[in-house]
Design a protein around this ligand. Structure first.
Ligand code: NAD
Length: 446
């Protein structure tokens, strides 16, 4: 694999700056919109190869890539294609003596470094590329070193779509080398990062030194709450998707499931039955419902959490081991624990198929417990009474709350985290403010 050095980062930044001062900087909003739309069409035309590459690289089931990652990616480019011609400032009346024309412009920030993780490589690249390019920025995309394939393929499609030289650079490389060089580079104006809270913290410290703009999408330990009046079958189905989608390697995995004490035994039994029924297999097999974890490192990390959970006194309800019968790969059985709030299992992001079930009796206490986390990415509430669901949704400290559902994402709805789950928002019109600088222009008319 080619790994970009810090010298390659210098070249990419110079190319991006030349593009901003040249053809890309002069491209009209309508033309930017057309390029993004053309790219979305090309992604759809190449969906078959893209979904196979993504599934092979990450290990995720090809059917999930087909229904989730690919449509989410092309939809993003179409949604922000529409925005390219609608990024407007304001005309503001002045009350100072004399006469002046006062207005604002929303200008591109400049060179954006987009650093993405390995769990949804293509979709998350689109979450950054689409708004950044719609606003007229030049972007250098650094995919994860373990899943670079679809980013590189996307680069080919961007050339075919007609993006001018330097508007987008794609630099596969190591986080500590390529990523760090981008974050520290004086010619990079903004870092848009999705990844672990640990690396996010490092980026804030490094980029803060020269006041780069930074947005962060980080980890989570999202609470999923079943209220006593919920339709239990729907809620358990939702809890399974919330936890085991993408092998549990999802920032917004619903990894803390809160259930009423009186229903706990029944819920655990149903979860165990459903978890045991999940079909694990190779990612390119259309029958596969859960693929292998992405790497040996991730396998050992996840099994380490399981082992420490058992030692700490959590009750293992089902799973908990490597699944060697699913094929040659880093398969971990869908795992369910019953545990207390203070255990590592209930507090740390595991990033694998390990669900922790926690019981409650009092709703107010439940909300306090659900909010007692350094993270605040997602949350869910299952109830027959939508009003109660909304009231609880408003009290939960999370960037996204689903009532009677989990995991719905759309280009038009903002996405991001409270607390240590991130800074800023991606998607929707909210993303645009993070890719523009506001300039006030005063024209003295006297
Ligand atoms: P990671 O932080 O290890 O790596 C993410 C990216 O940062 C990779 O491209 C990596 O090469 C790069 N990187 C690593 N060290 C760097 C450094 N010092 N400087 C600059 N770049 C560096 O994360 P990961 O293991 O790839 O992904 C898993 C994490 O991502 C989980 O914590 C998950 O919750 C989070 N995530 C969050 C969201 C969200 O939307 N909030 C979405 C997906 C994943």
């Amino acid at each position: 694999m080619q790994l970009a050095s810090s010298g390659d980062v210098d070249l990419a930044v110079s190319a991006a700056q030349r593009a901003l001062n040249g053809v890309w900087g002069e491209t009209t909003p309508a033309e930017r919109g057309r390029l993004l739309w053309r790219l979305a069409d090309l992604i759809d035309e190449h969906a078959d190869i893209l979904r196979q590459l993504e599934s092979l690289d990450v290990g995720k089931p090809v059917m999930e890539t087909y229904v989730f990652d690919l449509p989410l990616t092309s939809d993003h480019f179409r949604y922000f294609a529409g925005w390219a011609t609608k990024i407007t400032g304001q005309s503001i009346p002045s009350s100072l003596p004399g006469e002046a024309l006062c207005y604002t412009r929303h200008e591109p920030v400049g060179v954006v470094a987009a650093i993405v993780p390995w769990n949804f490589p293509l979709a998350i690249a689109a979450w950054k590329l689409a708004p950044a390019l719609a606003c007229g920025n030049a972007v250098i995309l650094k995919p994860s070193e373990i899943t670079p394939l679809t980013a590189l393929y996307l680069g080919e499609l961007m050339l075919e779509a007609g993006f001018p030289s330097g508007a987008v650079g794609i630099l596969p490389g190591l986080g500590a080398v390529t990523g760090a060089a981008l974050v520290e580079h004086a010619g990079v104006d903004k870092v848009s990062f999705t990844g672990s809270t640990r690396v996010g913290r490092e980026i804030v410290q490094k980029a803060g030194g020269n006041f780069k703009r930074v947005t962060l999408e980080l980890g989570g330990k999202s609470p999923n709450i079943i209220l006593p009046d919920a339709n239990i079958s729907d809620a358990i189905g939702g809890a399974m998707t919330a936890m085991f989608f993408n092998q549990g390697e999802a920032c917004v995995a619903g990894s803390r499931l809160y259930v009423p004490k009186a229903l706990k035994a029944d819920v655990l039994e149903q979860l165990a039955t459903r978890a045991a029924g999940i079909v694990q297999g190779l990612s390119l097999d259309p029958a596969t419902q859960m693929g292998p974890l992405v790497s040996q490192v991730q396998l050992e990390r996840v099994l380490g959490f399981v082992e420490r959970g058992v030692t700490a006194g959590a009750t293992l309800v089902t799973g908990g081991s490597r699944n060697t019968s699913a094929g040659a790969g880093y398969f971990v059985q869908p795992t369910v624990f019953s545990a207390a709030d203070d255990l590592e299992l209930s507090r740390e992001e595991i990033f694998g198929p390990v669900l922790t079930v926690l019981e409650y009796e009092d709703i107010d206490d439940l909300v306090t417990r659900a909010n007692d986390s350094v993270y605040g990415l997602g949350a869910g509430v299952w109830t027959a009474d939508v009003k109660t669901g909304i009231r609880i949704a408003h009290r939960l400290k999370a960037g996204t709350v689903w009532v009677n559902g989990w995991g719905m994402l759309e280009a038009s709805m903002p996405w991001g985290g409270y607390k240590q789950s991130g800074i800023g928002r991606e998607m929707g019109s909210y993303a645009l403010q993070h890719y523009t600088e506001v300039k006030s222009v005063w024209v003295n008319l006297l």
